[in-house]
Design a protein around this ligand. Structure first.
Ligand SMILES: Cc1cc2nc3c(=O)[nH]c(=O)nc-3n(C[C@H](O)[C@H](O)[C@H](O)COP(=O)(O)OP(=O)(O)OC[C@H]3O[C@@H](n4cnc5c(N)ncnc54)[C@H](O)[C@@H]3O)c2cc1C
Length: 592
């Protein structure tokens, strides 16, 4: 095995969280920082001509190569897991910038009660009404602890939006149910498309409080506190699954890498696949990785940071035999527990007689409402414990992927000349309103471990995900479909559009499907908590047993929140960096 010269900090993974950590360390200390990224290096110019839907949208050029490494899935303990051989429910990225390159750009914060959800659920519904196998946990910190870091992330990315709660004062036009913000957004909100304006009017008429989503796709030319200037969004529509051609969508390669590349203490080593964390006597000594030639390399380091996204953070801990794997039968062990995803639902389609020009849009350009988020608006007898955020889903019109949307029941089959005619007729004339993203609660039976059969290209066990939907998620979907239908019918009244489907069934299947894209919002496996008995890392994302190991990203969330995760993941990273720099470096050891 090849041995490299020791560095102060080695970071596994060069996405939003790994690079945010590297930026803090190199800007504020003289520590040498090495990022090992399994995928290729990337630069802004790579995206100059990327409006190739076949390459990026269909063949998923930016994603992890699932022929080399994938996950296996089973619904329950009694099942045998099968490997996921088709891009499906999540789309993890690879290469410098990670999924932050091809993300959509919704940039919202968690709400305050997300941070004490276990307590809030007990207080709201009473312990006896909660499912027995619920394993939701409180975070070991509060929204208020994270607020200053949220603000830093929003400035770094240049998030556009409208505050709804500014220093405790409710502001018209923003989300009145959000946590208190110390500042207005760095940029104004996006322009409103026709479906957004319709959603806004319809939901206002129903007494709800719509607001423009917070988005990390720049609404104006903007210079962030690091002096990085980027131009405004051109509404070309190629955001999700694509890198931004003009640099308006905040991505690690256009916000963090330009700062990092100037630092002599920073090294990016792409095509370097971390396989294990090497540790002895409660101390991480570095990592072993495969270099681009397929040679095994030992990289010694004084500190190790895992920033390889939710599934890989848990997998690396398990492969490295760090901590006790979670056992769902006994409830013992912590590594792998509380895996959660997102519950999608609702969404009612309206057909219009005029084109909507849905090809002009930006990631995160949408109208949202939080009137049914958290505990709000949930009827006491519905059996729903938590709701979610409702959204317009107009736009996102692409020549291939968007072709073929026809109203339910319009044609007898979804192929042939009758269907083609209908597909042409309705192209760009259907919008979906009231699509919900709802809290996916954590359950004892949803967890990750190492697969006993299937391996990656190096021969290491794949990560096995055991997850299924429960009755609760079905109830959430039924509730969402009801609300979405109400909004769509009101919008139809205003616009003369025709409600053409989706009202009853919701979108998703009853069983968890790896073939259906949900979101790439997966959480857990290395959760944060108050003690080693209930978590893998403390509130500073420092490993309980190995104080010089930090595990960052949404793997630390005890459960999902309906709010998108990235701003929270990066805010938690900045807070962890503060602790590492201000406290750990001065006095190494476990942080209280
Ligand atoms: C299509 C899509 C749309 C999304 N839209 C949104 C959105 O609108 N809003 C939102 O908040 N979030 C969104 N997300 C999620 C968002 O992208 C993630 O939350 C965010 O990128 C997570 O950052 P991270 O640093 O934890 O992981 P990543 O950005 O995934 O970075 C992890 C990096 O680690 C590398 N890596 C993994 N394993 C190894 C290894 N063994 N050795 C070395 N390197 C390794 C990977 O290659 C990757 O580059 C979206 C994701 C996708 C895929």
């Amino acid at each position: 095995m090849k041995h490299m010269k020791a560095v102060d900090v080695v970071i596994a993974g060069g996405g939003w969280t790994g690079l945010a950590m590297a930026r803090e360390l190199t800007a504020r200390t003289s520590l040498s920082v090495l990022v090992l990224e399994r995928g290729p290096d990337r630069k802004f110019a790579d995206y100059a001509a990327n409006m190739d839907e076949v390459d990026y949208g269909i063949r998923k050029r930016m994603m992890q190569n699932i022929a080399e490494e994938t996950i296996t899935h089973r619904h329950a303990l009694r099942d045998v897991a099968a490997p996921v051989r088709q891009y499906g429910s999540i789309l993890p990225g690879t290469g410098v910038g990670g999924s932050g390159e091809h993300w959509t750009g919704y940039a919202e914060r968690h709400t305050p009660d997300d941070f004490y959800l276990a307590t809030a659920l007990r207080e709201k519904w009473g312990a006896s009404r909660l499912p027995e196998d619920l394993s939701v946990q409180d975070y070991p910190l509060s929204y208020e602890d994270l607020e200053p870091y949220y603000w830093r992330v929003e400035q770094m990315m240049g998030v556009g939006g409208k505050a709804g709660n500014l220093n405790g004062k409710i502001v018209q036009g923003g989300n009145p149910f959000e946590g208190t913000r110390s500042h207005e957004f760095p940029n104004p909100p996006h322009k409103k498309t026709y479906p957004m304006a319709l959603f806004e009017q319809a939901s206002r008429e129903l007494g709800y409080h719509p607001y423009t989503a917070a988005a990390a796709t720049l609404t104006e030319t903007y210079t962030n506190p690091d002096g990085i200037t980027r131009g405004a969004c051109q509404y070309c529509g190629y955001c999700m699954l694509y890198g931004c051609m003009v640099g308006a969508k905040s991505q690690p390669t256009n916000t963090l890498m330009p700062v990092l590349r100037r630092k002599s203490t920073f090294t990016m080593r792409a095509n370097s696949w971390v396989k294990r964390v090497i540790h002895r006597d409660g101390n991480a000594e570095g990592v072993v990785y495969m270099d681009e030639k397929g040679e095994e390399v030992m990289q010694p380091a004084a500190m190790v940071v895992l920033a390889s996204f939710t599934p890989n953070n848990a997998r690396l801990l398990l492969l490295s035999k760090i901590g006790e794997p979670y056992d769902p039968m006994t409830g013992k062990g912590t590594v792998g527990k509380n895996f959660s995803h997102t519950v999608g639902g609702g969404g009612t389609s309206l057909a219009f007689s005029k084109p909507l020009n849905g090809f002009m849009f930006a990631g995160g350009q949408s109208m949202r409402l939080s009137d049914f988020n958290g505990f709000r608006g949930i009827p006491a007898d519905s059996g729903v414990l938590r709701g979610g955020i409702s959204n317009t889903a107009g736009g996102n019109l692409r020549p291939i992927g968007s072709f073929g949307r026809v109203p339910q029941g319009e044609t007898s089959r979804n192929w042939g000349s009758e269907w083609k005619k209908a597909a042409v007729k309705y192209f760009d004339k259907i919008a979906m309103l009231g699509v919900f993203e709802m809290d996916h609660l954590a359950y004892k039976h949803n967890y990750v471990d190492l697969d006993p059969t299937y391996t990656d290209k190096w021969g290491d066990p794949l990560l096995r995900i055991t997850v299924d939907w429960t009755e609760h998620e079905q109830r959430q979907r039924a509730f969402a479909a009801e609300v979405a239908g109400k909004i769509a019918r009101q919008a139809a009244k205003i616009s003369g559009g025709r409600v053409v489907g989706g009202e009853r069934g919701g979108r998703a299947s009853r069983r968890y499907q790896t073939a259906e894209y949900a979101t790439t919002h997966v959480q857990g496996g290395a959760i944060m908590g108050t003690a080693p008995e209930n978590s893998v890392v403390n509130s500073w994302l420092q490993h309980w047993q190995l104080p010089n190991l930090w595990v960052i990203g949404a793997s630390s969330f005890p459960q999902n929140s309906s709010s998108h995760p990235t701003v929270t993941s990066v805010a938690l990273t900045l807070r962890a960096a503060d602790a590492l720099i201000e406290r750990y470096v001065k006095k190494p050891g476990a942080l209280a």
